[in-house]
Design a protein around this ligand. Structure first.
Ligand code: FCB
Length: 452
């Protein structure tokens, strides 16, 4: 497998997010985000880790972009920190915040690296959460004010935009299970948050499109192939419900298909938050869809789980040996199945894999990091991307998660996903062997000679 197998117009990249890398949590007038406050709550993050400094990307972006260049990665995906730009969430923007992303974008372009910007990668301004956050329908106007502000400022140089990162995860983990910021629980928080997130994609997509002529506007979706634990009808039905929740809840309303209520009747609770005319506001013709895949899930029928009556069987419980540091099963066919699934929808013009990668317990030995498992993970997943592309699916790009090790949400710093190792005590960076491999793979633009 070589780069040329994917064609010359295939987009290669690497992905990051503001809260996980930037640090400088209160520098130069930045406001607090829900993650700044959530990480200060006892017992919420493993080992009590916080992201006050993280990778210090705010100060070290030049050093980190040098790795992007060294690896011959043409596209760099990062997110904007909303409270760095609008400390109160709305109102007066911070010149310092706006200037930081000017410098970052200009530096990317000067290095020949194309910036891909995610508007919302989970770090909502705390002052907006104090007004209900995603449960408050006003989020639509707050978010469009922010979107218009950054589109006007950066739209001349940034042409690739993603509205939301993984709405299923931030509404599910943040507003139902309470394991992510803002730590709210229950359907009374989840349903309004989910409906407003679904509406936000089109609402903000329209703002970006009108502000940035010629821009490519997308949004990203988490997805995992869902397999029933057995061929018993009850498990098959449970897998179908889980698929509706995990894979279909947000993409289908955007595509004009409505919420998948027929296959998951509990979703009818969303209707309480729908206003007249919302059906027409949900669909939006995105230029591309970002899909983010890490593993598969095996699901069985469980009567006592409310609403869903289904439960994921964790890989370790199933006796699976090939798991990552996150406990996620390594199952490359999942990315194949998911690209096929999303490709099969009508009206999805282009798919990019905007995240794929793995955490392993990396160690530094003699100044290097040998991580053959990560290289193998990336190669096996890329082989599946190539397979589905060759079968005619419309996948047009692949971004590794992530550039550097970073703050992995509730897992803290232990889960290392980077192509570049970070010593969080000293902020020293080391290119891992997987990063060297990715660099060689991208450098080799000839067909024929294999890098394996
Ligand atoms: C995704 C998130 C990303 C990162 C990876 C491991 O769900 O979008 O920020 O945490 O998982």
């Amino acid at each position: 497998m070589v780069r040329a197998d994917f064609g010359t117009d295939f987009q290669w990249g690497v992905s990051t997010a503001a809260f996980q890398t930037e640090g400088a949590y209160d520098a130069d007038g930045k406001g607090l985000s829900i993650w700044d406050t959530f990480t200060r709550r006892r017992g919420k993050i493993k080992r009590g880790h916080r992201a006050d400094v993280a990778c210090d990307f705010y100060h070290r972006y030049q050093e980190d972009l040098a790795f992007v260049k060294q690896m011959h990665i043409p596209n760099f995906r990062f997110s904007l920190s909303w409270p760095r730009i609008l400390p109160a969430g709305t109102g007066k923007p911070s010149d310092n915040g706006l200037d930081f992303y000017d410098r970052l974008i200009d530096h990317c372009l000067a290095q020949g690296i194309t910036p891909w910007v995610t508007l919302y990668h989970w770090d909502l301004p705390q002052l907006l959460q104090d007004r209900g956050g995603w449960t408050n329908r006003d989020i639509l106007s707050w978010l469009s004010e922010y979107a218009a502000c950054v589109a006007k400022r950066y739209g001349d140089r940034v042409k690739h935009w993603m509205v939301l990162n993984e709405p299923t995860v931030f509404t599910g983990a943040g507003y139902f299970f309470g394991v992510h910021a803002p730590g709210l629980t229950g359907l009374r928080h989840f349903f309004p948050a989910a409906h407003h997130a679904a509406l936000a994609m089109g609402h903000v997509g329209r703002v970006l499109r009108s502000e940035i002529p010629g821009g490519a506007i997308g949004s990203t979706f988490s997805c995992s192939s869902i397999h029933p634990a057995s061929s018993r009808p009850r498990d098959l039905a449970a897998a179908k419900r889980a698929d509706a929740l995990i894979n279909r809840l947000f993409i289908e309303p955007v595509l004009g298909m409505g919420y998948p209520m027929a296959d998951l009747p509990a979703l009818k609770g969303i209707e309480k938050y729908m206003l007249a005319g919302d059906d027409a506001l949900l669909p939006f013709d995105f230029d591309f869809i970002g899909i983010q895949n890490y593993t598969r899930e095996v699901v069985r029928h469980v009567y006592w789980v409310p609403y869903l009556h289904a439960k994921i069987r964790p890989a370790r419980r199933r006796g699976v040996q090939t798991v990552t540091e996150m406990g996620w099963e390594i199952y490359p066919e999942s990315i194949y199945e998911m690209i096929r699934k999303f490709s099969a929808y009508a009206n999805v013009p282009k798919i990019y894999v905007t995240e794929n990668g793995a955490a392993f317990p990396d160690v530094v030995v003699n100044g290097g990091v040998a991580d053959p498992q990560r290289t193998e993970y990336l190669q096996s997943h890329l082989a599946q991307v190539l397979r589905v592309r060759n079968e005619g699916s419309n996948v047009h790009g692949y971004f590794v998660w992530s550039l550097t090790d970073n703050f992995e949400w509730a897992e803290g710093y232990r889960a290392r996903f980077g192509l570049v190792y970070v010593d969080f005590e000293t902020q020293q960076r080391i290119l891992k062997d997987s990063g060297k491999w990715y660099g060689q793979f991208l450098e080799n633009t000839n067909s024929g000679s294999s890098v394996r």
